[in-house]
Design a protein. Structure first.
Length: 163
């Protein structure tokens, strides 16, 4: 199957996919140029297999995966944050970028929110992450504010979308 012509399938993470998803998460986050090493280590440690399994058990829509065939190529991790949905992470393996997987993951998150999870999604991204800023804007997210020298001593933009 050609990655560039395949259509992604978005689904809830099955518990037996948590180990593979954790590896994908680490690979994607470790390669990001926007985060310092402390941030990368901390974020990778927060999303190990057991945490992913527990999140999916607590809220089946909180850990979504994108597949091309049997390959996990993307993820969207969210959680209820006092009545709104916090989009903690979404990412796509470098081998499967630019074919709409990030957009498909965001669309699925919005659908789950509209089905009663919440009235609003919020997230953050690094101020220099142009790719995230473009995709969030295309999907109707609005910047709320910029936080200077915030998490891990880095600058972030907070975003929101009412659904």
């Amino acid at each position: 199957m050609s990655v560039k012509t395949a259509s992604p399938v978005i689904s809830r993470m099955h518990p037996d996919e948590a180990d593979r998803l954790s590896v994908l998460f680490e690979r994607v986050v470790s390669a990001l140029p926007y985060y310092n090493e402390k941030a990368k280590r901390s974020e990778v440690a927060q999303y190990g297999p057991q945490t992913l399994r527990q999140s999916a058990l607590d809220d089946p829509d909180s850990v979504m995966v994108a597949k091309l065939g049997s390959d996990l190529v993307g993820f969207c991790i969210s959680r209820d944050d006092d009545g709104v949905i916090w989009l903690a992470w979404f990412g796509v393996d470098s081998s499967a970028r630019c074919i709409g997987i990030g957009s498909a993951l965001l669309q699925d998150l919005e659908l789950t929110a509209r089905r009663g999870r919440s009235h609003k999604i919020w997230c953050d991204c690094r101020t220099d992450n142009e790719a995230s800023k473009r995709i969030l804007s295309r999907h109707g997210f609005k910047p709320v504010c910029t936080l200077l020298k915030h998490w891990y001593g880095q600058d972030f933009i907070l975003w929101e979308k009412f659904v």
